[in-house]
Design a protein around this ligand. Structure first.
Ligand SMILES: Cc1cc2nc3c(=O)[nH]c(=O)nc-3n(C[C@H](O)[C@H](O)[C@H](O)COP(=O)(O)O)c2cc1C
Length: 246
């Protein structure tokens, strides 16, 4: 064991630290409507970027780049691309569902003081990457891990984050000068918020509800019911997330 490694006897978090982690996780929200114009200090932004950069990645490839957008002009270009895509997306739904879709606010691009595009460089460490030979998409998933790290760190800092995926990839690449093998993974709106909603906005607005964990956990084979002991454990912990709601 190296000098800085963490011994088995010391690797547990204190219960306060553990509570802080779960409080962050269960109170994270996707934010579109509640952004304040309050500037985000660069030192805070730096911390959440460090958190993102410490995500796991296949072959330690670290395929991500972080493009920080503060200028209104660039945000406006992306916003126009969003509006176009959002109008197209609305056409995928009919009747009441379409009416409901049109009432949803699905991006806070121009409201949020910071926009951030997290991209994946598919050739960051050469053509052959340890761990990616049979699943070439693992670099993309690694970049998503960076997004989630950032999302949680932002919540711990009291910052809201909203992920905007209703944009044509080519429009986003054009707006941000992204070329070649670089793939935009996440376009994020970041800022302090008036409040964090208790529930996902899509749930409270009646679009879709959280599924029961019982339906989603299986034993031994995909789709098979989980074993009775685990089912009992999951039932017993049913209030676990709510215990951390602020
Ligand atoms: C990959 C991804 C793309 C998303 N794209 C959008 C989007 O374009 N617009 C939007 O309003 N929310 C978007 N969301 C946010 C989801 O709607 C949100 O995570 C979900 O409703 C659950 O809410 P919560 O994040 O507050 O728990 C996206 C989330 C993910 C993970």
């Amino acid at each position: 064991m190296g000098q800085d490694d963490i011994a088995q006897s010391q690797h547990y978090l204190s219960s306060d630290d553990r509570d802080g982690f779960y409080r962050t996780l269960f109170n994270r929200r996707d934010v579109r409507s509640e952004f304040l114009s309050t500037p985000v200090p660069d030192e805070v932004l730096a911390r959440v970027l460090y958190a993102a950069h410490h995500a796991p990645s296949v072959g330690f490839m670290q395929p991500w780049d972080f493009t920080v957008i503060k200028s209104h002009a660039v945000k406006q270009k992306v916003h126009v691309a969003f509006q176009k895509a959002n109008a197209e997306a609305a056409e995928q739904f009919v009747d009441e569902r379409q009416a409901k879709y049109k009432q949803l606010k699905l991006a806070g691009i121009v409201d949020a003081p910071i926009n951030l595009c997290i991209t994946c460089d598919r050739e960051r460490s050469g053509k052959v990457v340890l761990g990616r030979t049979h699943m070439p998409e693992m670099d993309l998933y690694s970049t998503v891990c960076a997004v989630q790290n950032l999302w949680l760190a932002a919540r711990a800092e009291g910052l809201g984050v909203g992920w905007v995926s209703i944009i044509e990839t080519d429009d986003l690449k054009q707006a941000l000068g992204i070329s070649g093998q670089i793939v935009p993974i996440a376009y994020l709106c970041i800022g302090y918020v008036d409040h964090f909603r208790a529930q996902p906005e899509l749930a409270s607005k009646g679009w879709r509800q959280r599924m029961s964990l019982h339906e989603l956990v299986h034993s031994e084979q995909w789709g098979q019911e989980m074993d009775a002991e685990l089912a009992a454990g999951i039932a017993q912990q049913a209030d676990f997330p709510d215990a951390y709601k602020e």
